[in-house]
Design a binder for this molecule. Sequence first.
Ligand code: ZN
Length: 80
Amino acid sequence: MSIKVSSVEEEYRWLRANPHRCPDGREGEWEFKSQALTFEAHDELSVKCKTCGHETVFDFDISSKFPQELLDALKEMGKQ
Ligand SMILES: [Zn+2]
């Protein structure tokens, strides 16, 4: 399952808003481990629950933010 976001900030907001439901019923804050950007404009965040140690990967779909960034990059190249 991928989560549609429009910015990296939104990814971190999503992580804070969706804590781990730990097996013992507590809510665990996600600790950031690593990040991998795929060619399909998906940002895979590896995280670990600070409370119970559960590790998982969240797949964020950031393709919606790409067109404007590409345009900006092209504009920058055009200035040179
Ligand atoms: Zn947990």
